[in-house]
Design a protein around this ligand. Structure first.
Ligand code: FAD
Length: 612
């Protein structure tokens, strides 16, 4: 049976030493006013979160996988044994309200804290954690663009966890391409709308954890234009609330079926049929995509954290197993009295473990950096600082989503590999981590689509401004440490890669503007570009972490070997993982040419491309 211990020591290192969160939070009046900026308080909350997650949520993970969710003939869904009781305790302890607005019953804690709770929940049970995760996304969108009337009625219930939320975008024929959705909305003339259509793959779309479910639904209002410009966002509750907030009449939205899927069995993935269901407009007519992006951006970071959470828990279990499992002799011997040594001695096993450790710790640093940037973006008194932080979050959100879920899946597979055949059978729980990690690369916009978002929207359409700002920070760090005895080699590699990122961007940008094939050139380069970008960001974070750790070692402050572990993991990262950038640079430069094969000869596809 797998185990999990929240990595509190590392979380504290990132928070206090890498990000120096104390002074940053102290400069944000919102947290000062709410008395939530104090790092001692934050640490206590994180410790309590770890206790809750380790004891209440983690034991449910395998049960959830085995039992899955069950739908009855009326469309009601039962979650696995123990899910409901743990959810009640979660709400009773106030966890859903952690970073929510005090005006609606929230505790007003920094995002830094809720991001950490999320990582822990994802390590313990992604399937369980998705229920409050989706609610949090719905909270964010409603809080940002909902009318006061909607906010006053719904937010306190969502913040307390009494009601949960969903995001309803996908339809059978429309996943990536939301511009072609068919769900319709018609105006009843009394402030309400009738919503009709079918949404599929809706996470937490139906379940028994809460008394009401608040669906945020994309639909096209009668008369609105085709494409994404004609989509609006509607709130459609499962039960229509009475004016006093109690649960009223059942609305016409029913769960038609549940998907049978590869992983996250404990989370209900529902087909929802809306049949003239009563809904309320959220935000402005035809601005639904923009509004939904608030929820999607939160969900993208949340998905990145799923990659991190699963990477962390699978690494922890693989490490414990590698210390215990005796196979083959090693010279020199570790256990002379036994006929074999622990597999942890073999360099290839160390490679697998260190890969996971290096990705996990850099991923945690990135996630917490973004969380703190979100705090600055939302609450800094200086508009320029808010914009700077917002730009960084916008630029790095697709990187966090895709790079962290790709690395999380890779780590889950490598950790499974450490178990040999025992990783493939159910008993040890490793195959569940692999199955659960796979979806992170697919939903919330596939990682291919995240890459297009990064390269197309966030870099090229922006004229490279956000990228230049980040690259400037990296170059400055690299230049000021190039003679450093310990990290000089790392920043050298980093500086070159940051420069190369700029030149690769220019090459792709020029190809993009070179004619009708330009879009295909961007499309062909995007996935490799995002991976290159991810390594540059992780390289920056690893070099900084190594620098801080080395200073502690030099000052004789490494009592438990924590800082030595950082320094040596950084060394591994730059020796074994960062050089992937060299191969990526070559594949990025290779462009679309080798992909533009003859459709008939290679794919047996008669139809082929039609020239516009
Ligand atoms: C378990 C699960 C839970 C989910 N939860 C939710 C939810 O809560 N709410 C919700 O609304 N949806 C949800 N989804 C849907 C999910 O977000 C979509 O599956 C995803 O966005 C991809 O859409 P699709 O499956 O239709 O694939 P498609 O859009 O058909 O894409 C197929 C492939 O083509 C690629 N592709 C498409 N267009 C391009 C392009 N222009 N350039 C390059 N490649 C392209 C894609 O990257 C992908 O690899 C969930 C899905 C699953 C499986």
């Amino acid at each position: 049976m797998p185990t999990y211990k929240a990595p509190l020591r590392d979380i504290k290192f990132v928070m206090t030493e890498l990000l120096e969160a104390g002074p940053q939070l102290a400069s944000l009046p919102f947290y000062q006013d709410n008395d939530t900026a104090d790092l001692d308080l934050i640490t206590q909350v994180m410790e309590e979160a770890a206790r809750f997650v380790e004891t209440e949520v983690q034991p449910l993970n395998q049960i959830g996988d085995r039992e899955g969710c069950v739908r009855d003939e009326h469309g009601e869904v039962k979650t696995p044994t123990g899910f409901k009781a743990a959810y009640k305790k979660f709400c009773d302890a106030g966890w859903p309200a952690l970073d929510a607005d005090p005006q609606y019953g929230g505790q007003g804690m920094p995002h830094l804290v809720s991001m950490t709770l999320n990582e822990m929940l994802n390590s313990a049970s992604v399937a369980w954690g998705m229920y409050p995760g989706l609610s949090h996304g719905a909270y964010s969108a409603l809080h940002a663009v909902g009318s006061d009337e909607l906010k006053n009625l719904y937010l306190p219930k969502i913040v307390s966890g009494q009601w949960s939320g969903t995001m309803c975008l996908t339809e059978p024929h429309a996943g990536t391409d939301l511009g072609i959705i068919r769900t319709k909305a018609s105006d009843n003339g009394d402030g309400t709308y009738n919503i009709t259509g079918t949404k599929i793959f809706i996470s937490a779309g139906e379940h028994d954890l809460t008394e009401n479910i608040v669906h945020l639904v994309l639909a096209r209002l009668d008369g609105s234009p085709e494409g994404t410009k004609g989509i609006s966002l509607f709130l459609v509750p499962k039960f229509i609330p009475n004016a006093d907030g109690s649960v009223g009449e059942r609305n016409a939205v029913v769960c038609g079926s549940l998907e049978h899927k590869m992983g996250i069995h404990g989370n209900a993935t529902a087909v929802l049929n809306f049949d003239q269901a009563k809904g309320w407009l959220v935000g402005e007519i035809n601005k639904g995509m923009n509004h939904m992006f608030i929820m999607m951006n939160a969900a993208r970071l949340g998905t990145g954290l799923q990659g991190l959470g699963l990477g962390e828990v699978s690494y922890q279990n693989a490490l414990a197993y590698a210390k215990d499992r005796l196979q083959m002799r090693h010279e020199p011997r570790v256990l002379p009295s036994e006929n074999a040594d622990p597999i942890l001695v073999h360099p290839d096993v160390r490679r697998m473990l260190l890969t996971g450790k290096a990705y996990n710790e850099a991923g945690r640093a990135l996630a917490m950096w973004l969380a703190l940037s979100l705090d600055v973006e939302h609450h800094h008194p200086d508009e320029a600082k808010r914009k700077e932080a917002g730009d960084l979050v916008a630029l790095l959100t697709p990187v966090a989503k895709a790079f962290m879920t790709d690395n999380g899946f890779q780590t889950a597979v490598l950790s499974q590999q450490v178990f040999g055949g025992h990783g493939y059978i159910q008993e040890w729980g490793m195959e569940q981590f692999v199955r659960d990690a796979r979806i992170g690369q697919i939903y919330e916009g596939t990682n291919g689509i995240q890459s297009l978002d990064l390269l197309g929207r966030k870099v090229l359409m922006d004229g490279g401004k956000k990228l230049q700002k980040l690259a400037g920070t990296l170059q400055e760090f690299a230049e000021s440490h190039e003679d450093d005895e310990h990290i000089g080699d790392y920043v050298n590699q980093l500086g070159k890669a940051a420069q190369q990122l700029g030149s690769l961007t220019m090459v792709i940008g020029q190809k993009a503007m070179s004619g009708p094939e330009g879009a295909d050139e961007v499309n062909a380069a995007a996935v490799d570009y995002l991976r290159f970008f991810g390594h540059v960001v992780y390289g920056y974070l690893w070099a900084r972490m190594a620098k801080i750790a080395q200073e502690k070692i030099d000052a004789g402050q490494d009592r438990d070997g924590f800082y030595l572990s950082k320094v040596q993991t950084a060394k591994f990262y730059f020796a074994k993982l960062f050089p992937e950038t060299k191969a990526l640079a070559a594949t990025i430069k290779a462009g679309n040419e080798s992909l533009a094969v003859d459709d008939k000869a290679v794919f047996g596809w008669e139809q082929g491309l039609v020239t516009a």
